[in-house]
Design a binder for this molecule. Structure first.
Ligand code: SAM
Length: 293
């Protein structure tokens, strides 16, 4: 392996040599702990059959380990200042670096160019300021991914992997659980970064479902129902949804949830994706038959 960037002295020397100024707004906290990086690679279960998509390589600390373990790595970094550093730290033949904002990259093209017929795993210590948009983009574009293993703020990891009824459960949790099976892997203290962030982090592994975990007649309505259910958190499902989805009448929703055996005063945070699917399918039937009249 190249000069091991996870050794704090080597990271500091590289930053000094290239007079690199960290941009706080880009979430530039670089890892300096080899055992944490090994744990990330183990949690992601990276081996020579895998192709890895990394977001935000920084100076390349995690990237070095990924290149050693995976068949190939494609890494997208927004900060062009890092290009000169990468020439020194990342001389790997199985690595492609793309300098762009991940949120603007044409992912379908990227997959066609680099990942055709590959087993693709996303592994990244992602910038905290756009964690949710990045994860949602990866999921909503329906890319052929095996799994997403990311280091995020501890609170976000809790939110992504919580269960119905817990205080962290929200619309994002339900949506993530529709696409994946999220598991919190381990907590990471702020001390393993330069500079140290004020919050703790956690690594979460989201294995994508091969088959949808619920049968839906109208996926869009399912998502709108979930969004509506958490739109007004302190309200019951019936009140919250009828305020946000106008075509659904309060009485209709009430009779559907009672027919399905739920408490009429149930709130969205108590409902699993299976519950949301049952309600959405009933609502869809009702809206369909109303349209036919
Ligand atoms: N992977 C490195 C590590 O673990 O040491 C760096 C992680 S640092 C938390 C996040 C990295 O993401 C930074 O290098 C930052 O410049 C980059 N970044 C921030 N916003 C980005 C975006 N929209 N697209 C791609 N990279 C981004």
């Amino acid at each position: 392996m190249n000069d091991r960037l996870h050794i704090p002295r080597i990271t500091k020397d590289v930053l000094k040599k290239y007079k690199f100024h960290l941009t706080k707004g880009l979430g530039q906290n670089f890892l300096i702990d080899g055992s944490v990086i090994e744990k990330i690679c183990n949690a992601a279960d990276i081996n020579k059959d895998d192709a890895v998509l990394e977001i935000g390589p920084g100076i390349g600390t995690l990237t070095q380990h990924l290149c050693e373990k995976a068949k190939k790595v494609v890494s997208v970094e927004i900060d062009r200042q890092l290009e000169a550093i990468h020439h020194e730290t990342l001389p790997y033949k199985n690595l492609t670096l793309i300098y762009d904002d991940f949120m603007k990259v044409d992912l379908i093209k990227l997959f066609n160019d680099y990942f055709l017929n590959e087993n693709v795993k996303v592994v990244a210590n992602i910038p905290y300021y756009i964690t949710t948009p990045i994860v949602m983009r990866l999921l909503e574009e329906r890319l052929p991914l095996d799994s997403i293993t990311v280091m995020v703020q501890k609170e976000v990891a809790n939110r992504f992997s919580s269960l119905p009824g817990s205080k962290d459960y929200g619309s994002i949790t339900a949506v993530i659980q529709y696409y994946t099976d999220p598991k919190m892997a381990f907590i990471v203290p702020g001390t393993v970064f330069i500079p140290q962030p004020k919050v703790d982090s956690a690594v979460i592994v989201m294995k994508l479902h091969k088959q949808p975990p619920v049968q839906l007649d109208n996926e869009n309505l399912f998502f709108r129902l979930i969004k509506g259910a958490f739109g007004q958190r302190r309200k019951t499902l019936v009140n919250s949804v009828s305020g946000t989805i106008p075509e659904i009448k309060k009485d209709d929703l009430l009779s559907i949830i009672t027919k399905l055996g739920f408490n009429p005063a149930i709130r969205g945070e108590k409902l699993s994706i299976h519950d949301f699917a049952l309600i959405a399918n009933e609502l869809n039937r009702l809206l369909d038959s109303a349209q036919r009249l």
